[in-house]
Design a binder for this molecule. Structure first.
Ligand SMILES: Nc1ncnc2c1ncn2[C@@H]1O[C@H](COP(=O)(O)OP(=O)(O)OP(=O)(O)O)[C@@H](O)[C@H]1O
Ligand SMILES: [Mg+2]
Length: 249
């Protein structure tokens, strides 16, 4: 199996505080990989280092074998490293189809031609419709994004990310704030994405993690405690002590 995304002894300090402590993480092609750990373990910080939102204090990040440590966020995105963003005001006011078509247009660098008639952007609209269909969002295509239930809005965020043609998709608590009744469906959709999209996600809900993940990395106090299959992680005494114990507090 080939590694698509890797960190090498990655360190991030905030003043004297070590938020990321010599993390060497490998994400394999096609992985369904979850990153878990207690609150404040440094999960979001690690994602921010991967995307280039934050620069590491030490260490390196490689994407498809290329060192991207000094590369800007948009350049990493162009190379296929994509994270989801919360729907902003612009998208909230647009329809679901328009929102995703805009994200496709951005990838196709049609940005300047966005205000041309819809027909001029047929390619972007066709692709957006295909993404909506894949995610079960087609019935909502002409709804304003803001009118959708929260769980459906999180699906739109995934649709916006898919429009960027990710090779690796980073999801930081994709079901946060979503009612349990909707979060299972959301995770099922994520799990059913094609295998050419490698997925690394952060999630606190252990039921969802164990349904989704084939590989789990446990982060504690900025450092990787261990990485293994869900079965091993679930029964590992260290994990029970450090992570699952805390979850029951
Ligand atoms: N910009 C920053 N400046 C200073 N400290 C920060 C900064 N960002 C994060 N931290 C600290 O780094 C630690 C890790 O934070 P991070 O958000 O990565 O944790 P997390 O594992 O994502 O937690 P949660 O599960 O609550 O989302 C925390 O102690 C946090 O306060
Ligand atoms: Mg976080």
């Amino acid at each position: 199996m080939s590694t698509v995304l890797q960190t090498h002894e990655l360190v991030r300090r905030f003043g004297g505080f070590v938020a990321t402590d010599h993390v060497s993480l490998k994400v394999e092609a096609g992985a369904r990989h979850a990153l878990i750990g207690p609150n404040g373990a440094g999960k979001t910080t690690l994602i921010n280092l991967l995307t280039g939102y934050l620069a590491p204090t030490e260490g390196r990040v490689t994407l498809l074998g290329e060192d991207v440590t000094a590369m800007a966020q948009y350049a990493r995105c162009r190379r296929g490293l994509v994270r989801t963003f919360q729907i902003n005001q612009l998208f909230a006011d647009m329809t679901v189809l328009e929102s995703v078509a805009l994200s496709v247009s951005e990838r196709l660098r049609l940005g300047g031609s966005w205000f041309k008639p819809l027909a001029a952007r047929g390619e972007a609209v066709d692709e957006a419709a295909a993404i909506l269909q894949r995610l079960g969002l087609l019935p909502d295509a002409y709804e304003a994004t803001r009118n959708l239930a929260y769980g459906r809005q999180r699906l739109i965020e995934i649709a916006l990310a898919l429009a960027q043609h990710p090779k690796v998709l980073l999801l930081d608590e994709p079901a946060a704030g979503v009612p349990t009744s909707e979060s299972r469906e959301l995770f099922d959709v994520i799990a059913q994405l094609p295998r050419d999209v490698t997925i690394l996600l952060i999630e606190h809900d252990m039921d969802l993690v164990f349904r989704f993940a084939e590989r789990i990395s446990v982060l504690v106090s900025g450092a990787l405690l261990l990485e293994d299959t869900p079965d091993v992680i679930a029964s590992h005494p260290k994990v029970r002590e450090v992570y699952l114990g805390e979850a029951h507090d």
